[in-house]
Design a protein around this ligand. Structure first.
Ligand code: ADP
Ligand code: MG
Length: 598
């Protein structure tokens, strides 16, 4: 299907789409729609703000919170209390609410997010429950009756907390929040969050501080909820605990999941569908059943189960697949190149591994292994399956802690450092089992490797102040892809690649970090003959540029062809090391390794 040119340019122009959305919003506000439909959409706007936070936290970040309604409550109660008891202006109380929300989100996040598994969902349930009882039992907050007579929001004396002006205020905030979120997702920070969801281990190896990012998205989601609460308090002109109970915390999650928590517009449409369906059912169900009661809750439960089963990405995935995917334009030609690190001089010792050992319970996977790598050297690490090669990689890169021994990089001990710190110093790696972000393009996946070479934070990204740096990152990613012969595939979705190209993607990503030492875990597995030849010439080229490489590989022709030195492992111990010729001629190796393999 080809679109007419004018539509096509609109489809690929994010700015034009945003202007259109704002224009539609304003048109709706001044159009003669009945007041009822303005009020309905005012509620949907307030839900949408909360749900935008859940897109980031749950849909993209993979963290579940049942406690968002409690953050809405903090925003609402802070503003209601300070306005009625202290006479503050709502324009001040919004910041007070954000501050209290931020403090509670940071404390809660810091306590729970370091632990993996279900701690966060459980903690947010406890949080939602306890805040509800707190709001309902404090005298100063009016107990379960709440706070009455909350003042309106005035703008130059004009009440903007009702009807059409509130519609513009609330939807203005939703659109601004949605655009900021889209900007964030399409940035260095966005890639880090997606990487963290797909593999914490890989994200850390790319230099991402995953705990900081988890706490960060928890904080942003809480702040969105707090703003919604502020709007709610002044729209309703009264607050009481019930809209901030756990039930609503679950309902927000329901709306996001129903619409599609992974998509900004999906989640908002989830709020729309839920609200409209709820209204219809509240009228229809009592008629059908002949008695009144909250039967719509049962229908929602059934709908959610069906959606989760048949459309796990939400209703939006039905629409989303027909929407054209906006392509990244190759506009980075003029971008500034990224700074490069000072590399060790040719022949200097880059990596020194001294008697490293790793024990898994009774099994000694790596048993006092020692070797070293000089700048401009390719060292092969070979041995049968289970010999301990990948474990050795994980010990060098900080993924696993050493049981004993020491690793130094460029003369500095690195044993015991977290893997992102080792990455920062210039050690980069690929994984035996490819780890990438399948939903992003090849180019964006490779740009993740340059994570530590960019510096723009989440706020600059949300405000689109990161474009120059982003172009430099893309330029570098494109350069590394070209270098490895993958330039033609840069706009493809990474998850659609065959095994061979996926491995090449990982190498390009590792190179993007401008490493001084590259660790490749079985890079040729699954590669076709031509791809192997290309890999060999890339490895040679890298060596001639002074790169040091540690290579684990089963393809013996490739290993013998490119390596300068080989370490042979068997059952965790070093069998021998020497030049490729020495290794090939060693009867010990033939017996233990080549004999087994061939
Ligand atoms: P290679 O990469 O040489 O095939 P590995 O380093 O993956 O070998 O594994 C070496 C040995 O350590 C194997 O016996 C493997 O089962 C064991 N091993 C690896 N990782 C773990 C782990 N996380 N826990 C327990 N045992 C492990
Ligand atoms: Mg392995």
């Amino acid at each position: 299907m080809t679109l007419p040119p004018i539509l096509q340019s609109w489809v690929y122009d994010a700015r034009a789409q945003r202007v259109t959305l704002v224009a539609c919003m304003l048109l709706y506000a001044v159009s003669p729609v009945p007041e009822f439909w303005i009020t309905q959409l005012n509620y949907i706007a307030m839900y949408s703000l909360v749900i935008l936070g859940l897109v980031l936290l749950t849909g993209i970040g993979g963290l579940t919170s049942f406690g968002q309604a409690a953050f809405v409550g903090i925003g609402a109660y802070t503003s209601a209390y300070l306005c009625t008891s202290m006479g503050w202006s709502p324009w001040l109380t919004v910041f007070a609410g954000l501050f209290i929300t931020a403090v509670s989100a940071l404390v809660l996040g810091w306590l729970t997010l370091r632990m993996s598994g279900h701690y966060l969902p459980l903690a947010t349930i406890a949080w939602g429950l306890s805040l509800y009882y707190l709001m309902g039992n404090v005298d100063g907050l009016g107990k379960y009756d709440g706070i009455l007579d909350v003042p309106p929001i005035l703008l130059f004396g004009w009440d903007i907390s009702q009807g059409r002006s509130f519609f513009v205020l609330a939807w203005g905030m939703v659109l601004f929040g949605a655009f900021a979120l889209q900007n964030l997702l399409d940035s260095r920070t966005g890639r880090a969050i997606r990487a963290m969801r797909s593999s914490t281990l890989m994200a850390e190896a790319m230099g991402v501080d995953t705990l900081r990012h988890k706490i960060g998205i928890f904080l942003i989601a809480a702040l969105f909820a707090s703003i919604s609460g502020w709007l709610f308090a002044h729209f309703q002109r009264t607050v009481n605990p019930s809209p901030f109970s756990l039930k609503f915390g679950i309902e927000y999650l329901f709306m996001a999941v129903l619409g599609g928590a992974g998509y900004v517009w999906g989640a908002i449409s989830g709020a729309l569908m839920t609200k409209l369906l709820e209204d219809e059912l509240q009228v229809l169900l009592p008629k059908l059943l002949g008695t009144s009661g909250s039967y719509e809750v049962i229908v929602f439960g059934i709908v959610l189960v069906l959606v989760l089963k048949y459309l796990p990405d939400g209703m939006w995935s039905l629409v989303g697949r027909y929407l054209p995917k906006p392509q990244r334009v190759n506009d980075w030609q003029g971008a500034k190149p990224l700074a490069e690190r000072a590399k060790p001089a040719h022949g200097d010792t880059v990596l020194e591994v001294q008697k490293i050992r790793k024990q898994f319970g009774g099994l000694t996977a790596v048993n006092d292994i020692s070797f070293s790598i000089k700048a401009g050297q390719i060292v092969g690490l070979i041995g049968p399956n289970g010999a301990g090669k990948s474990t050795t990689f994980n010990l060098i890169t900080g993924v696993l802690g050493l049981t004993s021994g020491e690793v130094s990089f460029c003369g500095q001990p690195i044993g015991g450092l977290p893997s992102r710190e080792i990455a920062r110093r210039g050690v980069s790696r690929t994984f035996q089992h490819v780890k990438m972000i399948p939903e992003l393009s090849v180019l964006e996946n490779v740009a993740l490797g340059a994570q530590l070479r960019g510096h723009k934070d989440a706020v600059s990204s949300m405000l689109r102040l990161d474009r120059a740096e982003e172009q430099s990152l893309m330029r570098e990613a494109a350069r590394q892809l070209e270098r490895i012969g993958m330039g033609h595939a840069m706009h493809e979705q990474a998850g659609n690649l065959a095994m061979g190209p996926q491995r090449l993607l990982e190498i390009a990503r590792a190179l993007c970090s401008d490493p001084a030492l590259l660790l490749l875990d079985e890079p040729a597995a699954g590669l076709r003959h031509k791809e192997k030849q290309a890999l060999i010439s890339v490895l040679r080229q890298l060596r001639s540029e002074g790169m040091s490489i540690l290579l684990v590989e089963h393809d013996m022709d490739l290993v013998m062809d490119v390596t300068d030195h080989i370490v042979v492992m068997e059952f965790g111990t070093k069998l021998m090391d020497g030049t490729p010729q020495e290794v090939q001629q060693s009867p010990k190796v033939r017996a233990a390794y080549l004999g087994v393999e061939h």
